[in-house]
Design a protein around this ligand. Structure first.
Ligand SMILES: [Zn+2]
Ligand SMILES: [Zn+2]
Length: 113
C-alpha cells in the first residue's frame, strides 16, 4: 500500500510545519506528490485522515497536486508512463529507462488556526 506511506509522510511534514509555526490546528494543506506510477488521490486522503485523527491536522482539507512522472526508453527513445515504478518500455520491451523529472513530495503551505 504505497498510498498509505505517502499519506503518512504528508501528515508527518504537516505536523512538523505546524509545530514550527506554533499552530494549534491545521485547516488546509497544499502540496504535491510526483511518482513514477499512477496515484489514487482518495486513497492518499483516506490514509492521511485516518492517521491525522487526534492530531493537529484532524479534519484538514487536502489540496495535493499529483503528478505521474514519465520515463524515456534508452533504446528506442519513446516516452511512457511507468506502471508502479517499473521501467518497462511498452514500445520495445526494454527495461533500460530514464525517469524524466523529479519524484518525491512536498508540503508547500498549510492554513492554520
Ligand atoms: Zn508505489
Ligand atoms: Zn523502447
Amino acid at each position: 500500500m504505497h498510498e498509505s506511506s505517502l499519506g503518512k509522510e504528508v501528515l508527518r511534514l504537516v505536523l512538523a510545519r505546524a509545530d514550527e509555526e506554533g499552530a494549534a490546528r491545521v485547516c488546509a494543506v497544499r502540496g504535491w506528490i510526483a511518482e513514477t506510477e499512477r496515484l489514487a488521490p482518495e486513497a492518499i486522503a483516506f490514509h492521511f485522515e485516518a492517521h491525522a485523527r487526534g492530531t493537529k491536522a484532524e479534519g484538514a482539507r487536502l489540496d495535493l497536486a499529483l503528478r505521474w512522472v514519465e520515463a524515456e526508453c534508452k533504446t528506442c527513445r519513446s516516452h511512457y508512463r511507468p506502471e508502479h515504478h517499473l521501467l518497462l518500455c511498452p514500445a520495445c520491451g526494454s527495461t533500460e529507462g530514464t525517469v524524466l523529472g523529479e519524484t518525491g513530495l512536498a508540503v508547500e503551505a498549510i492554513e492554520v488556526e
